[in-house]
Design a protein around this ligand. Structure first.
Ligand code: GLA
Length: 393
């Protein structure tokens, strides 16, 4: 929807009068660096041009009314009782963000809101982070204005508010990558981020004639959050063992791959050993990818994407038939130099690096083979890399 269309729809939901403001935050695609963020490691995501847009107008009471352009319900939230909305089937992320902001000292302004989301829900492109960051940005902006604070909203703080919402309100023990990418993205750049220190820099994505294609398995994810939390626990168990040799290590990312190999056998549980191997080797792949991309070496970058994908499939074991089918079929297409799952896994999306002239053939061939193997169609997006969260005028 365009800004004008969203404003018109807002008026038909809530009526005329007063200024309507528009806020935006994107989803993300992670190029490489998967399941490293909650292990203090490196990630390399980019913000998409798909995301979450809000039209908003303040009210004078203490009620926030929320609606989405693709859902029939109107949800009401009382800003005096923000702890009470965990069970909402839609609106819980927004209520959780308001709750975290309030705890952090922000005033939650009553308002009417209309959300327009262009990301597939639960598709692994961080539709939740986009909603969290755009909600945080909108309420923090209004709160700062009310208090006469002139500085722009601190977007890294908004990312952290989104992450706390996941931990404290939703019950997913996620890392910071998704919210950071949504808050701090930059057009045509990826973000090279070290997740323990939050040091980051943007790396220009000059794709040298290649395109990133996102392929969605369209698999209904189930139990993804419990499997996600299980992986975290396995990494913690691995770290506990390796700490015998590296007492200073505060996360797996403080241990190099060489060091891990020297002591890998000390981890008795084979599953835990494989999880640790993935995390530590993935950190090295991110560093090498940033180098490769910075020098325009797309072939090496593609190979690193493939190695990451294989590690996620065989060592971290977060893929499944649908993601495996998409990656296998993608790698068969001429002009594809890298393909891997992106995000948490267990369904969701893949990202493939494809020669610009091979895009049509890719979509046709992978689409047909996937449907034949899996029984229902995949979706494909050639999304642009866009800016992070901001108010739109
Ligand atoms: C999800 C989480 C992120 C990150 C990825 C895996 O998207 O929200 O924090 O852990 O999975 O890399």
């Amino acid at each position: 929807m365009t800004i004008q269309e969203l404003k018109q729809e807002f008026v038909s939901c809530y009526g005329e009068g007063g200024e309507i403001r528009i806020f935006w935050s994107p989803g993300r695609v992670n190029l490489i660096g998967e399941h490293t963020d909650y292990n203090g490691g490196y990630v390399f995501p980019a913000a998409l041009s798909m995301g979450s847009m809000i039209a908003l107008r303040p009210r004078t009471d203490h009620i926030v009314r929320m609606k989405a352009t693709d859902l029939p319900d109107l949800v009401e939230v009382d800003t005096h009782r923000l702890e009470d909305y965990r069970d909402l089937s839609w609106g819980n992320y927004q209520a959780g963000v308001m709750n975290e902001l309030q705890k952090a000292g922000y005033e939650i302004c009553a308002c009417d809101m209309l959300f327009d989301d262009t990301l597939p829900h639960g598709g692994g492109l961080s539709s939740s982070a986009a909603i969290e960051v755009v909600t945080a940005l909108a309420f923090a902006t209004l709160s700062n204005e009310k208090k006469g604070i002139k500085e722009p909203v601190d977007m890294i703080e908004m990312a952290l508010i989104g992450q706390k919402t996941e931990h404290n309100y939703i019950g997913v023990n996620c890392g910071i990558m998704d919210q950071f990418a949504s808050a701090m993205g930059k057009k045509d750049s990826a973000i090279f981020l070290k997740c323990d220190t939050m040091e980051y820099r943007h790396v220009g994505l000059d794709m040298e004639g290649y395109t990133l294609i996102i392929s969605n398995t369209n698999k209904k994810r189930s139990l993804a959050s419990s499997k996600y939390n299980e992986r975290r626990a396995e990494c913690e168990a691995g770290l506990a063992t390796l700490k015998t040799f590296f007492p200073e290590a505060s996360s797996l990312s403080d241990i190099s791959y060489k060091e891990f190999l020297l002591h890998a056998d000390s981890i008795q549980d084979e599953t835990v050993r494989k999880r640790v191997k993935h995390v530590i080797s993935e950190n090295e792949r991110v560093l090498n990818s940033v180098k490769a991309l910075s020098s325009g070496d797309m072939i090496s970058f593609g190979q690193l994407m493939n190695a990451s994908g294989d590690s996620l499939r065989y060592d971290y074991e977060v893929t499944g038939d649908e993601l495996d089918a998409l990656v296998e079929e993608a790698r068969k297409v001429d002009g594809v130099i890298g393909s891997r799952m992106t995000g948490a896994g267990f369904g969701g999306c893949t990202v493939s690096l494809v020669k610009a002239e091979a895009v049509e053939a890719f979509i046709a061939k992978v689409g047909e083979a996937y449907e034949k193997k899996i029984g229902y169609p995949a979706s494909f997006y050639v999304s642009q890399i866009g800016d992070g969260g901001h108010e739109m005028v």
